[in-house]
Design a protein. Sequence first.
Lengths: 487, 312
Amino acid sequence: MKQHLKGILDSYRQEDAHYDEVFQTSGEPKEHYRSIVETFNQFSLTDFERINNDVKTSFFNQGITFAVYAEDKKPDERIFPFDLFPRIIPSQEWMQLERGVIQRNKAINYFLDDLYHKKLILKDKIVPADLIFSSKNYLKEMVDFKPEGGIYTHISGTDLIKHTDGQYYILEDNLRCPSGVSYVLSNRVALKKSLFDLFTKLKTKTIYQYPEELLEILKSVKPKNTEVPTIVVVTPGMYNSAYFEHSFLAQKMGIPLVEGRDLFVEKNFVYMKTIFGPTRVDVIYRRVDDEFIDPLCFRKDSMLGVPGLMNAYRAGNVTLANAPGTGVADDKAVYHYVPDIIKYYLNEEPILNNVLTYHCEKESECKYVLENIDQLVVKPVDESGGYGITIGTTLTREQIEEVKVRIKSNPRKYIAQPIMSLSVHATFIEESKEFEPRHIDLRTFCLMGKDKEYILKGGLTRVALKKGNLIVNSSQGGGSKDTWVLD
Amino acid sequence: MLSRVANNLYWMGRYIERAEHFARYSRVQYFSSLDAPILKTYDRNFVLESILYMAGIFDMENITEKDVLFKIGLDLQNSNSIISNITFARENARGARNAISTDLWESINKYYHLVTSYPQDTYLSTGFYDFTQLILDQTSILSSKIYGTLMHDGEWAIILIGMYIERVIQIIRIINSKLHDIYKIEQAGHSVTEMSFEWTTMLRCMEAFDMNKKFYRTIPNREQVMEFLLLNPHCPRSIAYSLNGIRRYEEKISRNESRDSNTISFKIGKLVEQFRYLSFDEYKDDIYGLLNNTQDKVIEIGSEFEKKYLSF
């Protein structure tokens, strides 16, 4: 069939340098996007803008917002930008991804168990011991402690990108409190309401069961001697930028959303303060970082934590998800070793590619990095949210020198990677009122419990809305798309 | 239910109710004052003063009519303004986000955004009526969501206890304020019809004019209005009705508490029964006394309730 592009995707201009998810080089849509492109092309710009605005209003009323505070003014609330053009992953492609993500997260869980017990992988010199023991995320409080069911990373978020070669690469692992799943679920609801016709053209896998699956996972790791566990979500509070997600998940699971101040520990048991007195808590899905969860153990100035929580945890009276101390494995310097970690514990070849990574800690690699900063992405190993990242091609000569100084002063803190070219996806740009190519990545969500695992079909496609920008984090002006895995 | 969440729900209820009474009162007072007989004796400042009194503002120096409207409606610096009350209601709802239904949350959030994005110029020039109507309409939506989308158990009861406690307090404040106006007019010697205008205004402040008319079928006068707004158990904005509400929902929380005279249930029960077996003749000479005494008791019940359940 000859394709005549008419309508709102008409003006879409492809960029040769990047892998386009939607269109072939001929300009025709790829097979799995064909019916979606046709549907979009039936809209006039006016219709499309109206739908776009309705969706924004709906996000606004649902409270899927973040606040920008200014003095003497009421906080300015903004929505996280959502693009109506869904990202589509064909079934075969997804199956490969899914297997790869599960494989990776299983190996990481074995790795954590080993690091906090026998440390065989260090003794066998697969991973340098220095790398682990110098990490501030390696918690001595976790040594020789076995979490219920042997699970450390109940929830992990694995970030992937697609390079110009059309292959997926792992960008990073998020093993502490990965966020974003509420946007995945809200985006789907929004798209169903606004463009329901799309769903009659293609069959996508459902994602609505995520909160139920999460609840099952949390139940599966209840402490021994508990019949029906009381499970709660712990949030730092409503001024936290991810509060929407915390309340969303608690509500969808039908469990209380509590703050540190709502809990207390007595005789190594955790209780929450209810209107009828104390109620015991058995499983905590905590969205508070390690260093804040217990002022007696970690940061003493933490107002978000519960004094004595680590003791109750180590006594086996409460389960924390994720386990404390998982951050040691999502350190960007450890990332490089994950393929070896997979081979070591599972005796399998890694299914998903790692991006080539240089460790500034190693002298020879550091030398290479310092000489080629203009061609590399340099990342601090222990930051998240896209902070501290520099992209070689965008730097001035002075900036390059600054980066060099930073690296030399603390080589352990930095890794470098070749600049990966994230694939692009047609995205509606409000300023130009046109669809334009924008870089995207994918965060997958993988759940692990006692003899259970679940992976959300799809994930969060984040899109860098600024032209040419490679950083997709919402804190850096990123938006998101609904992600479809075809049935 | 967490005590903190219960606290959020209780105050959410109170702020929703407060904003509604405040909006209705200001609107009725403002619009009825435009052609009120009271203007024969007093200037418009008299009316503006009584509106500001409800907003907790007592300083009237160099204040213009637009200032008054702004202060009661859209002034975020005034913690008693309508916009502030709704902001507080929404913040409390946000803190209890997972204890309420998505439907209720979205309605409160939408309400908040409608109010905070209301154009100030329109409000001050032609929008005052429309703005207060928005408050009343949105409150109706919230009431229906509270009744229709929550389990009728703990959380629900706590919201309603907050609403009814606030309602008694606001009814008493409004009656006090209007009695003060009426007293001044009586002093100036007005006719019966002119007086009925003020009694009608008082009823309208409670959305009770139609009900009152249907019940008594005559022009409103002191005895009727004071009997109706204080004692009528079927008028949803009478003191007796609201006290019944507090009792009904408090019982859902306290369950089968013993008959100890120190309990909250006991105190509420006593107050409810006092109003049930009261006649106008018994308090006609000291209405203020009865109102103030009742207000004190309800405030005491409120703080005991907070202490017992909301501040673990």
